[in-house]
Design a protein around this ligand. Structure first.
Ligand code: FAD
Length: 561
């Protein structure tokens, strides 16, 4: 694990590099030309230039040995600079993940050391034209090449679609089916029969190279089979999801904040109806503050999960659902924040020059790649459904009780309202069980969303409490002090409680899960009146957060219309 000092100096070096090499005008021009700045990407990943890639690699393989928490901080910063360039840097780590998690020690030594020392760019070749969310539909094949009874190599055939770094990588991990099942292979650029298409003309992340790959009888030696055992590919892919999805969550966070950090200063200068927009509550409380609360809820979940992965809890994909929750919350929040930022800049926001429309196009990818939001909803819901069943419906009631305890020692972090969200969630899930509502896929997926909101509300309350105690991770983002974080937590907890109870009630009714005679008891179980009453104080909390964001001492911002 690197020290906080090393992390800070890496983040500083990254910002300075970006200032020199990726100024706004340069990014706008590259975006318009749909061009990946290959030299910039190479310099970022070159040991004698910026060398940011070294943070992601272990000391054993020539890197600095950063942990998950460090990667999250770097990924957020990369995304704030440009999500296309961030994707290019990240693709090398995605591409080498099957090696990191599944390769033999010899393979690790060769390939990870080459990344560290040569800045070798990797690409991750899983998706195919007909196998996206469902990788089980994989059609690429790897046929054994035998000498006597010994496997000496493989012949790979197939097509890969939407591969980041597809046209610029020096090496690729390719998922293909062997006789014993899907397996990862390392294929080098220039291998006979291996080609890539021209870069895709994309909606966003236009500074990243995305290309289709074709493998026509590409021969690789047997030592290019990752891990040396066939049939481990999907397991190896699963092992890394907790961690890789957390990094895309950090991209959503960085993208969302990059947009808001343009909208916030803009609104202090833009005068309409006699006062800056920043002084208009109808503006800040719609276009800025709720997005900050959702992004910070996503951050709380990212940080908590990163700490757990660094503590060794994520072994064998054990925190994949947490990675999915973090990704879902932070990328959806990032997307909404960027959209609101266009609105916040009005007509200027709709032009290239002001950047927010580009950030919006860029951040849009984060709800698609590394598993779409709908796949995240399914992953979250299926896993937590099992926990609901195993605990006989107590899983979320227990979490709520823990937050009620937290409320006793920290009465201002919104833990009591987050507890209401979790109790309501437990009630909705129990009704879904007794009425067998998860046979409707739509309800199963909507539950995934409600779970993400309720869990993030609890997590943000815990983060605010830790902040108040001065016990936040020393590497944590500290943009908000304890009071501001507590206000953000109260804002988000209110949203989560209302959403879980009202949408939960809606979907239970929509699936005919509650009869007229049971309705009153079900509504009482959701504690709707308490949740409605808990909305009291929301406006003053939003005022408080706006004051913090705009660096002003508390005053009423509602007066100016
Ligand atoms: C710019 C870019 C870069 C990428 N980089 C890489 C890369 O480096 N390596 C790589 O391997 N892949 C990469 N991808 C692929 C990416 O991971 C896939 O696009 C993504 O997983 C979705 O697959 P798909 O596009 O086939 O969509 P589909 O799986 O066809 O999904 C289409 C829609 O249907 C929904 N859907 C799918 N299945 C279900 C279901 N069972 N129930 C309900 N709804 C469902 C999805 O949520 C989505 O809304 C990249 C994609 C893009 C666009």
């Amino acid at each position: 694990m690197i020290t906080n000092k090393t992390l800070k100096s890496s983040l500083k070096a990254l910002k300075e590099f970006a200032k020199k090499r990726l100024a706004d005008q340069e990014i706008i021009a590259l975006d318009a030309r749909d061009e990946c700045p290959l030299e910039v990407v190479r310099d970022m990943c070159s040991p004698d230039k910026l060398g940011i890639h070294l943070l992601f690699l272990s000391e054993e393989h020539g890197g600095l040995g950063g942990g998950t928490f460090d990667f999250y901080r770097v990924c957020e910063e990369l995304a704030r600079i440009d999500l296309g360039v961030a994707t290019s840097v990240f693709a090398t780590f995605l591409g080498s993940d099957p090696i990191l998690f599944g390769a033999t020690p010899e393979q690790k030594k060769i390939w990870l050391t080459r990344i560290a020392e040569e800045g070798l760019l990797f690409a991750y070749g899983a998706t195919e034209p007909d196998a996206g969310s469902d990788l089980g539909a994989l059609q690429s094949t790897a046929e054994r090449v035998m000498e006597g009874d010994q496997i000496v190599g493989y012949k790979i055939n197939g097509l890969k679609q939407w591969i980041s770094n597809g046209g610029i990588a020096g090496a690729y991990t390719i998922l293909a089916s062997t006789p014993a099942g899907p397996s990862w292979f390392i294929v080098e650029k220039g291998a006979k029969g291996f080609s890539h298409d021209k870069p895709e003309d994309k909606h966003g992340i236009r500074l990243s190279n995305t290309a289709a790959l074709a493998l026509d009888n590409v021969y690789v030696d047997a030592d290019r089979l990752v891990g040396g055992v066939e049939g481990q590919g999907l397991i190896q892919a699963q092992l890394v999801f907790g961690y890789t999805r957390l990094m895309v969550a950090a991209f959503g966070l960085g993208g969302g904040w990059a947009a808001l950090d343009r909208a916030i200063p803009y609104s202090t200068k833009r005068v309409q109806a006699g006062a800056p927009l920043s002084e208009k509550q109808g503006y800040t409380h719609k276009l800025i503050v709720p997005h900050v609360a959702r992004l910070e809820a996503g951050r709380a979940y990212i940080e908590e999960t990163a700490e757990r992965i660094d503590a060794g809890e994520g072994e064998n994909g054990k925190l994949n659902t947490e990675g999915a929750i973090a990704k879902y919350m932070a990328t959806e929040a990032g997307n909404m924040a960027a959209d609101a930022s266009i609105q916040a800049l009005g007509g200027y926001g709709y032009t290239h020059e002001y950047m927010v429309e580009k950030i919006k196009r860029d951040v849009r990818i984060t709800t698609i790649y590394e598993g779409t939001s709908e796949i995240m909803e399914m992953t979250i819901s299926r896993d937590r459904w099992q926990l609901h069943l195993k605990t006989r419906g107590q899983y979320y009631h227990d979490q709520a009780r823990q937050l009620e305890q937290l409320h006793l020692t920290h009465p201002n972090v919104g833990a009591n309202v987050a507890a209401l969200a979790l109790h309501a969630l437990a009630e909705v899930m129990e009704k879904a069980r007794s009425a067998r509502l998860t046979r409707h896929q739509h309800i199963l997926l909507r539950l995934g969303e409600l779970i993400a909101y309720a869990e993030c509300a609890g997590c943000l309350a815990r983060r605010a409490a830790r902040m108040a105690e001065g016990k936040l991770n020393e590497k944590a983002n500290t943009r908000f002090d304890a009071n501001a974080l507590a206000a953000l937590s109260r804002i988000f907890a209110r949203e989560a409680a209302l959403k879980v109870s009202e949408e939960g009630l809606r979907w239970v009714c929509a699936g005919d899960g509650v009869g007229d005679s049971e309705m009153a008891a079900f509504e009482a179980g959701l504690r709707l009146p308490e949740i409605h009453r808990a909305q009291a104080g929301l406006i003053s909390d939003m005022d408080r957060v706006a004051d913090v964001l705009y660096n002003r001492t508390a005053k009423s911002v509602g007066a100016s219309a």
